[in-house]
Design a protein around this ligand. Structure first.
Ligand SMILES: [Cu+2]
Length: 295
């Protein structure tokens, strides 16, 4: 925490070792910068104007930075609106992390700006040099530890919530990635939806249902991702990844894609998830079953 020694180039007598043991370096004799006889010395009012101008510039800079940050973010600080219960949890954690980072960043930038303005060079006299300030060292060690510990607990709780699986899901979909599309199998209904180039696969789900996704791959590693659902898992040959999604909002979400580079036509691996009311899902499933699945 403490680093013994003294700043390079400073005599021992110029270093303060904390409150009560301060020592100032004697004023240096720099004859070349002293005003010569007859030179004009700036009046006090002029110095005050310069200080005021510097403070105004700092305020304008801070306001500009805040404007850029605020206008670049929505209420979720850049995340899309979630349509799953798991996504809501991810959004909650993201907000906590974002606000914590913004608070720390504001404090650090504020202290830097304050130091630059408050301790700007006024003369050739070196400012007070301080070592071994125990209260400050304890503060800047313990406060980050507390922040990181709290964020760790928040992350662990969210991970458990997102990874939790219900005993009896409403719908099960076996998702298989292959070069260069996706297969969505509905084992309870007995049909497959298989995508192909130019006709991406579409998964249809009932609104409000908890959906068990059983994810795998037949060839190389792919990754299943759809921003609004906030799930991103690898599809690995020979392995099964299982997770639940509780879909809370209806709509058509067509930005699903593979997010693990899997070959030259990786960008063909798009898919859509359409969330519909339960009755509409039932009739869609009956129709797909009758025609034997795809399309
Ligand atoms: Cu891919």
């Amino acid at each position: 925490m403490c680093s013994p020694g003294r700043p390079v180039g400073l005599p021992e007598s110029s270093i303060s070792r904390g409150p009560g043991r301060e020592a100032r370096r004697p004023r240096q004799s720099v004859s070349s910068t002293r005003p010569t006889k007859g030179a004009t010395i700036p009046p006090v009012a002029s110095a005050a104007r310069i200080t005021h101008r510097t403070a105004s510039k700092a305020k304008v800079g801070l306001a500009g930075a805040a404007l850029v940050i605020l206008t670049g973010c929505n209420a979720n600080f850049g995340l899309p609106a979630s349509v799953t219960a798991q996504g809501d949890e991810v959004t909650r954690v993201w907000r906590i992390f974002f606000l914590t980072a913004a608070g720390v960043g504001t404090l650090v930038w504020g202290l830097i700006l304050w130091s630059v303005v408050r301790y700007r060079r006024r003369s050739d006299e070196l400012p007070k040099q301080t070592l071994f300030h125990i209260p400050i060292e304890v503060a800047y060690t313990t406060i980050p530890l507390i922040i990181v510990s709290v964020l760790f607990v928040v992350s662990m709780q969210a991970t458990e919530t997102v990874n939790a699986r219900v005993h009896d899901p409403d719908v099960t979909v076996e998702v298989t990635g292959f070069q260069w599309q996706w297969r969505f199998n509905y084992p309870e209904h007995g049909f497959d939806i298989v995508g192909e180039t130019g006709r991406p696969a579409e998964m249809v789900l009932p609104q409000g249902a908890t959906v068990r996704v059983i994810l795998s791959s037949t060839d190389v590693i792919h990754a299943f991702w759809l921003p609004e659902f906030m799930v991103k898992r690898d599809a690995i040959p020979g392995r099964i990844n299982e997770f639940d999604m509780t879909v809370t909002q209806a709509g058509t979400f067509d930005s699903g894609r593979c997010v693990e580079y899997c070959g030259l036509r990786h960008d063909d691996m798009r898919f859509t998830i359409r969330v519909v009311p339960q009755a509409e899902f039932d009739s869609w499933a009956a129709g797909a079953q009758a025609r034997g699945g795809t399309p």
